[in-house]
Design a protein around this ligand. Structure first.
Ligand SMILES: C[S@@+](CC[C@H](N)C(=O)[O-])C[C@H]1O[C@@H](n2cnc3c(N)ncnc32)[C@H](O)[C@@H]1O
Ligand SMILES: O=C(O)C(=O)C[C@]1(C(=O)O)C=C[C@@H](O)C=C1
Length: 250
């Protein structure tokens, strides 16, 4: 057993007197693969298809960014997508960025175990001031939702400015709906969590932990802001309940 072996998510199993705001700390990093798989319907498909999209939009000699990379699941999918693209993506490098040092430490371990040859660097930094350039593909996989809403446009504009013409942003988010649809989507999402073994207590405590930290926005807000930021073609390529993935092309 290595310290890097992922553990089952039991973070909200015991009753807590007051539930602290959710943070991507060491305790979360240790259980993250189990937590995200059991919490985000369609997560595995989202990651795998991000690799396919990266292979299609990568350009020779460009950078591919995985912003808010956590343990590097999308970084690895992009790496394999780029590798499969062959000459179309020669000389690319992939840069994973996350401001949780517990995540980056573990991500570096997983990347080192992977045998693909496309160069990858993992950096502990704030994506709000990390310099971006020469980008063919950028991924924000369930990350923008954690950025303060009034900073989201600037981040997307900076990504658009750094993106080569014809380059892409892959954006996955938990989204918000009209009240009647919200009720239906929430019910289904909670049933998904129950089916994955989370108790009512775990679900309630996690909900209160993320309440002030994860701020979802509506589909139209996302599409409009992506266009305003400089991405002219936006498609929704995946949705599973309240989790949606967009492809935005400059
Ligand atoms: C839900 S996780 C992302 C999951 C990951 N992209 C994946 O597909 O497995 C959100 C991540 O964003 C990171 N994050 C949030 N705000 C950030 C910021 N301002 N700068 C860098 N990373 C940030 C968190 O540390 C966390 O690891
Ligand atoms: O909406 C929820 O209940 C979630 O747990 C979602 C979510 C996410 O979308 O990132 C929130 C925090 C954890 O990182 C894993 C999943």
């Amino acid at each position: 057993m290595s310290e890097f072996d992922p553990k089952p998510d039991n973070i909200y199993q015991q009753p807590q007197d007051s539930v602290a705001d959710f943070a991507f700390d060491q305790a979360v990093a240790r259980v993250f693969p189990d937590m995200i798989k059991r919490s985000v319907p369609g997560y595995a498909e989202t990651v795998a298809m991000s690799g396919i999209i990266a292979g299609r939009y990568a350009r020779p000699g460009s950078n591919l960014y995985d912003l808010g990379c956590s343990l590097g699941a999308v970084t690895l999918a992009m790496r394999h997508g780029v590798q499969a693209a062959g000459a179309r993506a020669e000389g690319c490098r992939i840069i994973g960025v996350d401001n949780s040092d517990s995540m980056i430490e573990r991500a570096e371990h997983y990347i080192a175990l992977d045998e693909a040859s496309v160069p990858v660097t993992m950096t502990c930094a704030d994506i709000l001031d990390y310099p971006l350039e020469n980008a063919s593909v950028t991924a924000l996989n369930f990350v923008l939702q954690f950025i303060e809403p009034d900073k989201r446009f600037d981040l997307l504009s900076r990504i658009a400015q750094a993106t080569l013409p014809g380059g892409a942003l892959i954006l996955s988010e938990k989204i918000r709906f009209d009240p009647w649809e919200q009720v239906m989507q929430d019910e289904l999402h909670l049933d998904f969590k129950r089916a994955n073994g989370y108790s009512e207590l775990e679900i309630a405590q996690k909900r209160s932990a993320i309440e002030n930290v994860l701020i979802p926005e509506a589909h139209d807000e996302h599409v409009e802001r992506l266009r305003d930021a400089g991405f002219f073609r936006v498609i929704r390529w995946y949705q599973c309940f309240n989790f949606v993935s967009y492809l935005a092309v400059k």
